[in-house]
Design a protein around this ligand. Structure first.
Ligand code: ADP
Ligand code: ZN
Ligand code: ZN
Length: 805
């Protein structure tokens, strides 16, 4: 029998499976979807078996080396999905397969040292004898533990006394606990119990316990000594007597276990909620792969709709996937699913250890759970009978993976739903323009929730013009209005959330007296400050200019490189309102595992008056005592060199505003800005998604951006700028030659970050509507590059990019 195997070779010239002989003993056991190791050249690599057959066109096949999995890790559906991903995102198939599995199941390669010439080793390298005694040592270990031997090792390698063999390490280990069980029938246990005298009371306790619980299953020692308070010594004595036997059981690392939780139950739905749930229920019952866009204001009860739809899926014997953005940032959301469905939920997120993630994944693979809640990659949860996929906050950019495979979870969800004949629900208070446009064209079914479930109005939003604050001599980050309200809340013992977008580090240049941001004359996108050469550059067309001395529009000399960090604000709060207790939440304060959750809990328990944070506090928070939300600088995201800057601003402002007054206390929102007239700011302040959508669509239309055009971004990097530029030039030329005149081809240009890790970057961008020649051409560029492109060049092709810098 022959196996087709996709082998993990990162720089393979071609993306195809290789044939290997299946060892006789494995026939009947080996199945497609299992991982194996295979000899490849002089090394051992990890591979995925994708096909079993009896014929091959090749001679002298090598045999498979080792079988890693007892059961397939990829289902047939996922194997096909991997091919589809490879095809549509232009990545190697094996990269797609690895992306579907928990990180811990990725291959880790080690270099094992093997003796070739025993006699010479003894004679010429006596110092090495000890490390080779009875073992094949690993290079990685020796580097760490015996650096003094490296010179000799290298010499021995050069002289072919020893050789290096690549081995694949399987990191995915099941954690086991010592356990024990009766070794004899119940009657014998009883007899032994009777025979013991009173001095052996502790052994009697153990025997009595097992007499009651007599069964063949092992019980963890930890449980016996802990929960049942039995003596460990007594247990061991009884094992020695042959009455009990020791063994192992699998330890489940359930990061959510042990938390006391009140189960929640179905809530009676509002009319709007019911109207939204009904068509979803119908699609579940009728097995239609329809896509719903659930557009509901913050607090309208979308999550309750998800919960009830999932309940329907579970009762019909199927499974559901729920995607949430960067799950570590939304602990409250995860908790709601856990509280409704308890043990039926597996949670996959970046805050878990590798082992924990592996265990959660196996619960899904083994069918022990019916719901998977997780970030982007949970879209690959290996369920067999999917009944529903939900993507909450569907507009979030974290659903797009920036590394190979560059997939968007939404596209994968829609594709999987088609295979499983199940609906997809995209939910958001501020849908992406792409999705809303599709709902307008009836590609997606729109479900609208206009009201908060409790009919509380959305909080009133005031816009504060920071230019006037400037003019009246206020140089702090707080406007008079915001500071007054902040103090008010403090006095009333209510809480405030202050939001500062950190993404806007000092990238754009703005005039502090008139609010003018210096933009590209050709692109209507802000220019980015580059310290090198003191230049302002356009990241789209390559235009550049010197930083002017004075504001080109009002002549004042108060041009500033914009950007205030959270730390600076924290310091200012300490100066202005020293009594207030502040919790700062940003990348720096939440780095440790669970740090985010801890800070939020502290704020929820009212251990602080003010929560100050970056966009990580914008999502999903629900605190009854929060009655004021302040946005310190709405502009910081408005002028990023990104055509989605307005959309992101609108989304963020809307989301942040939704944090105020969700319960009984009425809330309000203050937005500070230097551009109070900008439509993204105005529309967000009026909670008017539809108007924003229409205004932004017109601009996208005029500028030729999605959803009117598709984009492809081609990135080239090289340690020498000229090499990257030249390759980009050739690719741009090929695109111009082969694509239709309707396709717009830009570049090569230098991106915002011109150099990353000492590699210089160049980009080409294509805007297009329909280009049948494009994908085949990109594939060709890709494979041509893989064949010849070593020389230090790196190419990446991103279809429908989310990050353009
Ligand atoms: P969204 O996800 O749309 O922002 P949520 O689902 O978080 O809204 O709902 C906001 C709050 O309203 C939550 O505390 C939720 O428990 C509550 N809620 C939602 N629907 C109902 C309902 N039908 N009856 C009572 N409370 C509800
Ligand atoms: Zn000015
Ligand atoms: Zn430009």
């Amino acid at each position: 029998m022959i196996a087709e195997v996709f082998v993990d070779i990162p720089a393979a010239p071609v993306d195809r499976a290789f044939d290997y002989l299946v060892p006789e003993d494995w026939i009947g056991t080996l199945q497609i979807g299992m991982r194996v190791t295979v000899p490849f050249g002089t090394t051992r690599r990890l591979g995925f078996v994708t096909q079993l057959k009896t014929e091959t066109a090749f001679e002298h096949l090598k045999a498979l080396d080792a079988l890693i999995d007892p059961q397939p890790v990829l289902t047939d559906e996922l194997l096909n999905l991997g091919r589809w991903l490879a095809d549509t995102t232009l990545c190697p198939t094996v990269a797609a397969y690895q992306a579907m599995l928990p990180a811990v199941m990725k291959a880790e390669y080690r270099k094992q040292l093997i003796i070739l010439d025993e006699a010479r080793l003894t004679h010429d390298f006596p110092e090495l004898q000890r490390v080779f005694a009875g073992v094949a040592p690993e290079w990685e270990t020796l580097v760490k533990e015996a650096p003094q031997l490296l010179k000799s090792l290298q010499k021995a390698l050069n002289e072919k006394v020893i050789i290096v063999r690549q081995v694949v390490k399987n990191q995915a280990k099941i954690k086991e606990l010592p356990a024990c069980r009766p070794a004899v029938p119940k009657e014998k246990l009883h007899a032994a119990l009777e025979a013991l005298d009173a001095r052996s009371q502790r052994q009697k306790d153990v025997l009595a316990f097992f007499e009651q619980h007599a069964s063949d299953t092992y019980i963890a020692l930890k449980e016996l000594t802990g929960m049942h308070q039995l003596s460990r010594t007594a247990i061991h004595r009884l094992c020695e007597k042959g009455l009990l036997e020791l063994g192992k059981i699998e330890a489940k690392r359930d990061p959510y276990a042990g938390k006391a939780r009140n189960q929640t139950h179905k809530l009676p739905l509002t009319q709007e909620q019911r109207a939204a749930l009904t068509p979803i229920d119908t699609a579940i019952t009728q097995e239609e792969s329809r896509v719903f866009l659930c557009h509901g204001v913050t607090g309208s009860g979308k999550t309750e709709i998800y919960l009830q739809a999932i309940e329907h899926v579970i009762t019909s014997g199927k499974q559901a996937i729920v995607l949430v953005p960067e799950i570590a940032l939304t602990p409250q959301m995860v908790e709601r699913f856990k509280r409704r469905f308890g043990e039926a939920v597996a949670v996959l997120h970046s805050g878990l250890s590798k082992g924990e993630k592996f265990d959660e994944w196996r619960k899904i693979r083994n069918g022990q759970v019916s719901v998977a809640v997780g970030a982007r990659s949970a879209v690959f949860a290996p369920f067999q009978k999917l009944g529903l996929i939900i993507i909450d906050e569907e507009h979030e950019s974290s659903y797009k993976q920036e590394d190979q495979p560059r997939y968007h979870a939404r596209d994968v969800a829609v594709h999987r739903a088609r295979q499983h004949h199940c609906p997809v629900v995209l939910g958001s208070a501020t849908p992406s323009l792409e999705s809303f446009a599709r709902s307008q064209k009836k590609v997606y079914t729109l479900l609208t929730l206009k009201e908060r479930f409790n009919h509380h109005p959305l909080p009133p939003v005031s816009i504060v013009d920071m230019r006037e604050e400037m003019r009246s001599g206020n140089h702090t980050v707080f406007s008079g209005t915001l500071f007054e309200k902040l103090k008010e809340r403090f006095v009333r013992n209510e809480q405030t959330v202050l939001f500062l977008n950190r993404r806007g580090f000092s990238t754009f240049v703005m005039c502090r007296s008139c609010g003018t941001v210096i933009k590209c004359p050709h692109c209507d996108i802000s220019l980015t400050y580059h310290r090198e050469g003191n230049l302002l550059k356009c990241h789209y067309c390559g235009y550049q200019q010197q930083v002017p001395e004075t504001c080109p529009s009002c002549g004042s000399d108060s041009l500033r490189y914009f950007g205030t960090g959270t730390q600076k604000v924290e310091a200012e709060l300490a100066r202005l309102l020293p009594e207030a207790r502040v919790i700062r939440m940003d990348v720096d304060t939440t780095r440790r595992k669970g740090g985010h959750e801890k800070l939020l809990r502290a704020f929820g328990d009212q251990q602080a008056d003010i929560l100050l944070g970056t966009q990580m506090i914008a999502k999903g928070l629900d605190f009854p005592k929060v009655t004021l939300v302040g946005v310190l600088a709405a502009d910081s995201m408005l002028h990023l060199p990104d055509f989605r800057a307005s959309e992101k601003t609108f989304q963020l402002l809307t989301q942040v505003s939704g944090r105020a007054g969700r319960h009984d206390l009425p809330g309000e929102v203050i937005i500070q800005t230097y551009t109070p007239e900008h439509y993204a700011v105005v529309d967000a302040s009026q909670h008017d998604y539809l108007r924003f959508y229409q205004e932004e669509m017109q601009i996208r239309y005029r500028r030729g951006y999605p959803p009117f055009y598709y984009l492809v971004l081609i990135n080239l990097t090289h340690p020498e700028p000229a090499k990257a530029a030249e390759a980009a030039e050739r690719i741009a030329a090929a695109l111009r030659r082969h694509l239709s005149p309707d396709a717009l081809i830009y570049g090569p240009v230098v991106p915002a970050i011109a150099r990353i890790k000492d590699r210089y970057r160049y980009q080409c961008m294509v805007k297009y509507k329909r280009e049948s020649a494009l994908l085949p051409l990109l594939r060709k560029i890709n494979s041509h590059f893989r064949e010849t492109g070593k020389n230090g060049l790196q190419l990446s092709i991103d279809l429908n990019p989310v990050v353009l810098m």
